[in-house]
Design a protein around this ligand. Sequence first.
Ligand code: AMP
Length: 307
Amino acid sequence: MILLESAADLRVHLDSARRGGASIGFVPTMGAFHEGHRSLMRAARAAHDLVVVSLFVNPLQFGPGEDLDRYPRDPTGDLEVVREEGVDVLFTPGVAEMYPGHPEPPLTTVHVASLSEGLCGTGRPGHFDGVATVVAKLFALVGPCTAYFGRKDAQQLAVVRRLVADLGLPVEVVGCPLVRESDGLALSSRNRNLIPEQRRAATVLYRALRAGADLVMGGERDAGRLRRVVANVATNEELARLEYAEVVGTGDLSPMETLSGEVLVAVAARVGGVRLIDNMTVTVKADGTASVDLGVMTEGEVVCAAR
Ligand code: AMP
């Protein structure tokens, strides 16, 4: 495992690997690794000669007053994880390395219109510009064949897919299953900032999605009723403040009336000072049958239902 902080060193290292014919799998992250990150590293490891992980807490995707300063950091634990997962290169650039004009914001940014606006974009204006900009830059620096993203961040995945399609970037984007704790809480670096009481309350998002999944499996196809049930359960927890519960198409993220095709049911809530997101994918086939994908548990159990 080699640790690199400079873009120039990264380029030299990867150029020579590419010249030798190596295929590069890339996992962009903000660190404080957990099983969700590990699952992406494993997917990359299984398919590529060289696995590159970037660890950069990107200030551009945090708004004023958000948790940039409180974002969990664990450099020692992270090194152990990348070693255990057989990662070849850990790229940990500083802010000035990624944004040469720093502390001035970069003059060139990437905006993926429409997909960046709803869901998390409503409460976090500019967030997805920060994400799209850093991902475009990291793709340029790493030059991967394939990049791995978690479906936990479904809107981010949609934004990145569209960015790659619109700019014709030569990268295949792979979406990997959402990984959960055994009580259903979606793994997130931010979970480290929950005190025990809040940690218990945080499962409300999973409970809300499960209630929605049960409804769909019972035959419900009305998106409004599904949304209301999910929102009701999610508001039924004193320590959690629901930000949104939405039912949208997975590709264009636009609201739906009747469930059909691939549907994203997405929720976000604040528990204490910690903002949490979660989602499930409902697939309704032309014959009217539905399946629900809630991801996988850390033990590897698949959480889905089909009828
Ligand atoms: P982050 O470090 O939070 O920016 O996440 C880096 C990558 O890990 C992103 O592609 C996330 O979608 C993915 N990820 C984070 N949490 C999970 C999870 N619970 N399951 C699957 N992927 C995840």
